[in-house]
Ligand binder design. Structure first.
Ligand SMILES: CC(=O)SCCNC(=O)CCNC(=O)[C@H](O)C(C)(C)COP(=O)(O)OP(=O)(O)OC[C@H]1O[C@@H](n2cnc3c(N)ncnc32)[C@H](O)[C@@H]1OP(=O)(O)O
Length: 205
């Protein structure tokens, strides 16, 4: 099983490492810094985005390993429209209810827990040890950072970023393009494009 990861970043390395744990045998990177960049950790960088588009049918799966939520989502959509075989990557030490819906190109890292009836869109990242409780709905391109706890029935809009160690109260609605700062406790709704920090979370001036 041969996997291509677009984006030879630190995040990309975790995607590759998670893929190996999940049973993929051969992982290579593509990145627009190629040919100057030829290696990402133990994995080779073998071409840029154009090369991946040309070679896309040679892989059993493709995933975008770019940290920027908007760029990751746009590249995922571009690959999908081109007919590329996008895949999801889930670490064997993540726990997902069988009822969870995970969109194309989303990744779930070690120690994450996603509870019953959650729906996650395309190109989401559920990072190490994050917990998403029942009935949450995450739109495309959301990143839930390491150690974050999201209570039940929370909704998160497209390309929002829930920072490391944050917690989100049940039934809160987080808009699109939101940044939740590291360690924040979100106890009320957050409007589109806002950045919130602190305990309880408030708009970051
Ligand atoms: C595997 C991985 O690595 S996943 C990545 C995980 N990373 C994260 O989750 C990071 C989330 N990002 C943050 O929390 C950021 O600090 C942000 C987005 C809230 C703010 O970033 P910036 O605009 O660059 O703020 P900057 O670092 O310049 O700090 C400005 C002020 O805000 C304060 N501040 C920054 N972040 C926070 C925070 N999370 N909570 C409270 N205060 C904060 C700083 O202490 C500083 O205060 P000061 O002016 O009194 O000195």
């Amino acid at each position: 099983m041969k996997l291509a990861v677009l984006g030879a970043s630190g995040h990309g390395k975790v995607v590759a490492d998670t893929a190996l744990a999940a049973g993929w045998e051969d992982v290579v990177f593509f990145d627009d810094a190629w040919p100057a960049l030829t290696q990402n950790g133990i994995w080779p960088v073998v071409g840029d985005t154009d090369a991946l588009m040309t070679q896309r049918n040679e892989f059993d799966g493709i995933v975008v390993g770019i940290g920027s939520n908007r760029i990751r989502l746009n590249k995922t959509r571009e690959l999908s429209y081109s007919g590329a075989k996008l895949t999801t990557i889930v670490h064997p030490c993540a726990v997902l209810s069988p009822t969870v819906q995970l969109g194309m190109g989303s990744v779930v890292f070690a120690g994450a827990v996603i509870q019953v009836d959650c729906r996650l869109g395309a190109a989401c990242i559920v990072n190490t040890n994050a917990s998403i409780d029942h009935d949450c709905c995450l739109a495309d391109g959301v990143h839930v950072c390491p150690g974050t706890s999201i209570a039940g029935l929370v909704t998160v809009g497209e390309v929002s970023w829930i920072g490391i160690g944050a917690s989100v109260k049940q039934m809160v609605k987080i808009g699109e393009g939101v940044t939740v700062g590291a360690g924040a406790a979100v106890v009320s709704d957050v409007s589109d494009s806002e950045t919130v920090v602190g305990v309880p979370a408030h708009v970051f001036a």
